[in-house]
Structures are given as structure tokens and as C-alpha cells.
Design a protein around this ligand. Structure first.
Ligand SMILES: [Zn+2]
Length: 349
């Protein structure tokens, strides 16, 4: 098998998707390419997609091992399936000397999908994935498209989400080679195909169709940071500053409207804490990050995406669907997400 070619494809996809902050923010989103019938290369946890290079930023896992775990798991027992699935994923990693990287918690669904998998947190997809009207609208927007469309109601990421996706895949026949487009409520988008060109083009097309449907024109805002001290950055992103100053904003805004897991990981946990990394001043319309550059940028991009989605949902007259208290709690206690944040800190530039 041409391992080199597949890695080249992985890097190409990661760069194409990873450079667009309307598709992925911070270390969110994930891309994988299967190298042969056993091994898969997938972006490592804690890295940004645009940091994936042929010699860095990804791990190689034995996806057959992960897949067979999900195929044989007995769901009727009382045990910590989440922990077990993380252990299986960790044990499936091919280790290289001097490198201790982990696959993302999303490695499960990548393992059971097609050769090429793009998972993004596209703001356009999330307008639909975070509103009550989203599912029905998807069926209308994609009605003439030649792909398999699947809508997944919100479920905890990791083990439960993979089981749910595996369940949905059972409804498709094995001969059905059409590209799969999966919308995950309060989370994001997955496009999966055995064809490289197809996976990229369908991801583009899904986003284009949503933009066209809602008549979203013009450029997505850039995230702009200004260094104002040692590990201190100020947001210069007009879209964010205008929102913070507006009347609809209040300091517990993010707690009131939890939209998706990455918001809780990057924003809420850095804001509603004893030593907040995010300082918000609504009167002055000022946002300051007490963090290194890569962490500040990850927060800024996540904040921009979140406020963009919220603004669009409201302007388009849709009804926002937030996460429940239980779902929010679950993310707050998520071990591997803590690891993801730790790694981000270590990668200080
Ligand atoms: Zn995700």
C-alpha cells in the first residue's frame, strides 16, 4: 500500500479545510485517511488541522481494532463504556519513539466510516445543527443531492456518538457507495467517502448550498488578535466586539445558551472560573485573553464562530436549540478534553 500517497492526501485535506476558520476553530474538527485495510492516519488530539504535516500532527491507529470493538461490544452490561473505548483507542495507536500523541475522542466514528472522513464544525452547518428547524430544512436544502443524508440527534460525544452512527450506517446497504453526509445536532458535520475528490467537493457543496439557501454572502470575518503584554492578547475582531457591546449581550450569555461541546471547552471553562483566561468588558466592548498565542487564537476563533451562529439563527428567524443541563455537565467532566487543553498550553509559541 502506498502509505506516502495517503499521508499526502491527509495533509492536503487538513490544509484545505483547516485554513478556513468558518469550517474549524482552534483544535476542533478532525480528518482521517485510511492507509490500507488496517491502518488509518488521523489528526492528533490538541493539534489544529492546519498544523498537520507529513511528519507531524497526526497519529496512525489500527482502525480494525477499534472497529471490531464497536462491532462486538455488548451494550447490556453495567460498565464504563466511555473509558473502555478510550483505552481501546489508545492501545490501537502505533507508537513512534519520542512522540506521545493521542487520537481524538472522535476516532471511533472515523474508524467505522469510509476511507476519507472530514469532520468539521462548520458555522453554516451549525446554524442548522443548533436550531429546531434544522433537520426539516436539511431535507429541503439537500433534496436534489445525490448523497446519503443522516441526521443524528444530540448524543454525548465519544462512545455513545459512535454507537449511534454505527446504528445509522446499518440502515444503508453495503453496496451503497454514495457519499455520506452526517449532521450532528449541537455539534457539526461529517462527510465520508471512498473517493478523495468527492469527500472534499461534497463538504464544499453542503456548505455552499446552506449559504445559498440563507442568502449568506460576503466574507466570513477574520480573527484578529493584538498582543498587549506577555501572554496577553486583545481581540480586534469587529464582529465579536460589536456583539459584546450590543444590548442582547450579558455576562452569563454563554452559560444560558450552550450550543455545542467546543463552546464549553474553549469559552465557558475559560470564563466562568476563578482565574478566567477570558476578560470581557461589555461597556468598553473589549475582550482580552490571558493566554499564549495559540490558546488565545483557539478561544477567539471559537468565540467568533459561536457568536456568528447565534446571530444568524436569530436573524434568520430560526429557533435556537441549546444543550440540556445533563449534556453540558457531561462535557465539563470530560477527561480527554482536559488533555486537549493541556496540550494546547504546552504548544505555546
Ligand atoms: Zn467535533
Amino acid at each position: 500500500m502506498e502509505k506516502g500517497k495517503s499521508l499526502h492526501e491527509l495533509v492536503w485535506l487538513c490544509q484545505k479545510i483547516g485554513r478556513k476558520i468558518d469550517y474549524v476553530q482552534g483544535g476542533g474538527g478532525n480528518i482521517s485517511v485510511k492507509l490500507d485495510s488496517r491502518y488509518m492516519a488521523i489528526k492528533a488530539s490538541g493539534f489544529r488541522l492546519d498544523q498537520v504535516a507529513e511528519d507531524d500532527g497526526y497519529v496512525i491507529v489500527d482502525y480494525e481494532k477499534i472497529k471490531s470493538f464497536y462491532e462486538s461490544v455488548n451494550l447490556s452490561l453495567v460498565k464504563d463504556y466511555e473509558k473502555e473505548s478510550l483505552e481501546v483507542a489508545q492501545k490501537s495507536v502505533l507508537s513512534f519513539p519520542g512522540k506521545v500523541l493521542r487520537p481524538s475522542v472522535e476516532v471511533g466514528f472515523h474508524s467505522i466510516l469510509d476511507r476519507y472522513v472530514i469532520h468539521s464544525h462548520s458555522v453554516y452547518a451549525n446554524i442548522l445543527a443548533c436550531s429546531y428547524e434544522g433537520k426539516q430544512l436539511c431535507y429541503q436544502i439537500f433534496k436534489d443531492e445525490n448523497f446519503n443524508f443522516i441526521w443524528i440527534p444530540y448524543i454525548n460525544p465519544g462512545f455513545s456518538l459512535t454507537v449511534k452512527i454505527a446504528d445509522e450506517l446499518m440502515n444503508l446497504s453495503a453496496e451503497d457507495k454514495k457519499t455520506k453526509v452526517i449532521f450532528m445536532e449541537n455539534h457539526g458535520l461529517i462527510v465520508s467517502s471512498d473517493n478523495l475528490k468527492e469527500v472534499y467537493e461534497v463538504h464544499e457543496r453542503v456548505n455552499l448550498l446552506i449559504k445559498r439557501w440563507f442568502k449568506i454572502r460576503g466574507r466570513y470575518p477574520s480573527a484578529v488578535l493584538k498582543q498587549i503584554g506577555n501572554n496577553k492578547y486583545q481581540s480586534r475582531t469587529r464582529f465579536i466586539l460589536d456583539f459584546i457591546k450590543s444590548e442582547s449581550f450579558e455576562i452569563d450569555f454563554f452559560e444560558k445558551y450552550p450550543l455545542y461541546p467546543d463552546q464549553l471547552v474553549y469559552i465557558n471553562s475559560n470564563l466562568y472560573t476563578e482565574n478566567p483566561k477570558i476578560e470581557l468588558n461589555p461597556q468598553k466592548g473589549c475582550v482580552v485573553y490571558n493566554a499564549n498565542y495559540s490558546e488565545a487564537l483557539a478561544i477567539e476563533e471559537t468565540l467568533l464562530a459561536y457568536l456568528y451562529v447565534i446571530t444568524k439563527i436569530s436573524k434568520l428567524g430560526l429557533t435556537m436549540k441549546t444543550m440540556s443541563e445533563d449534556e453540558t455537565e457531561y462535557i465539563k467532566n470530560w477527561e480527554s478534553e482536559k488533555y486537549r487543553k493541556e496540550l494546547l498550553k504546552k504548544m505555546a509559541k
